[in-house]
Design a protein around this ligand. Structure first.
Ligand code: HEC
Ligand code: HEC
Length: 351
């Protein structure tokens, strides 16, 4: 009898333990509120990158002094990024148009927002945004900083369509936020300034540094002959307008979209209506489709070998000689970091 009690207590204890650890990760439904499932120990968002990436960061980092990344801040940012309740119809989150599996891009030319309305430009990959030294965001750089950018899609009528007052009311009403704001900012005050800061911390933590290109730069791998020739082409071909002069290694990003761009799109003239556009990081470009500000270029292959029926004309500075196409593609494919598209810390925490 005693034995039985001991065993059943043990069974109860063990299953209780299991229940506890499970309830850490299991979805919790409370009325209509969908709660995020977070790890009991926060993920690590404060990372020391390999030397070549760290050097670029030191030179270009747009992180403001009052908003450094913390693990709790980025965790809150992750929840906000994927929370559909930040939209008018509760169906759209930042992650709807910046999808992890597509390197935080949306592989369609124009993205759908609330009520299925379409954006006027192609979504941008949120990758390595903290390496954009000038800090300006959007294809036309109309947001001065990442923090200022973060509240714009929320207020945009096509994208998420809330006023800042509505946003604050909604976030304040959700039971899981006070504790997250407390951890991130030291008090339970919830306002749009903190929402923008947390979103920015999460976005700045999305950095690619585990591609073949990175392993080669650390001396841990070597390029194939085709990849090596592609790199030379990227760095040197058609000087002074080499690819690298506008898409600067190692993050393949620049703060100088200075040259007037191709007459690709008479309807959209970009920065100051000067036919200039920002380009985000070219990292993971080999996995992305619908390229450029209007999404009209199908993929890298189509960019490098333009023409064909219905295809847009070649874009100046963006084609290479026929015999170089395969090498250029081989090189650009070494920029793909597959960890970013699968890592749990960047994934949707909502069940
Ligand atoms: C309905 C689709 C949609 C939603 C929802 C959306 N975005 Fe975007 N995002 C876009 C499009 C389209 C662009 C480019 C717009 C432009 O340049 O005019 C963009 C651009 C950006 C950029 C600029 C990147 C760069 O390199 O300049 C950032 C950062 C960004 N979005 C973050 C967010 C955040 C944070 C949210 C949620 C608060 C969000 N987005 C919600 C479609 C969306
Ligand atoms: C004069 C500066 C300049 C040069 C030189 C240049 N680019 Fe670009 N690139 C840009 C700008 C600006 C954009 C964004 C333009 C737009 O969307 O309208 C862009 C866009 C791209 C894109 C699409 C990015 C996206 O997110 O959709 C790819 C891919 C690309 N460039 C690759 C290259 C390659 C490869 C070369 C060399 C063969 C090259 N670029 C040369 C400035 C340049």
């Amino acid at each position: 009898m005693k034995k039985l009690i001991i065993i059943s207590t043990l069974v109860f204890f063990v299953s209780g333990l299991q229940f506890c650890s499970k309830s850490d990760t299991a979805p919790v439904a409370d009325g209509t509120e969908l709660k995020p499932v977070l790890p009991s120990t926060v993920f690590d968002y404060v990372v020391t990158y390999p030397a070549h990436v760290q050097a670029a960061l030191t030179a270009n980092d747009n992180t403001p002094a009052d908003n450094p990344i913390t693990n709790d801040g980025a965790t809150l940012g992750r929840v906000l990024f994927y929370d559909k309740q930040l939209s008018k119809d509760n169906k759209v989150s930042c992650g709807s148009c910046h999808k992890q599996q597509f390197s935080f891009d949306d592989n369609v030319a124009l993205s759908a927002g609330v009520d299925g309305g379409l954006t006027t430009r192609n979504s941008m990959a949120i990758l390595n945004v903290r390496f954009y030294k000038g800090g300006k965001m959007f294809w036309d750089e109309r947001a001065a900083t990442l923090e200022k950018q973060a509240l714009q899609p929320i207020q945009n009528h096509v994208e998420m369509d809330l006023t800042l007052a509505q946003l604050e009311t909604k976030v304040n009403a959700l039971s899981y936020y006070p504790a997250l704001f407390q951890k991130a900012f030291g008090s339970t005050l919830i306002d749009s300034v903190r929402i923008a800061k947390a979103l920015s911390q999460f976005e700045r933590s999305i950095v690619t540094y585990q591609s073949k290109y990175d392993r080669v730069k650390q001396g841990l791998a070597t390029f194939t002959a085709a990849e090596a020739q592609g790199e030379q082409l990227f760095l040197n071909a058609a000087a002074p307008n080499t690819c690298a002069s506008c898409h600067t290694p190692p993050m393949f990003i620049t703060s100088m979209p200075n040259a007037p761009f191709a007459l690709l799109d008479a309807a959209d003239l970009g920065i100051n209506n000067e036919n200039r556009f920002k380009s985000g990081s070219l990292r993971n470009i080999g996995t992305r489709t619908k390229l450029f500000h209007n999404g009209r270029i199908e993929n890298l292959q189509a960019m490098l070998t333009p023409g064909g029926p219905g295809a847009p004309p070649p874009i100046p500075n963006h084609t290479v000689a026929q015999q170089d196409v395969q090498n250029m593609l081989a090189f650009l494919n070494t920029l793909t970091d597959n960890t970013i598209t699968t890592e749990a810390k960047f994934s949707n925490p909502f069940p």
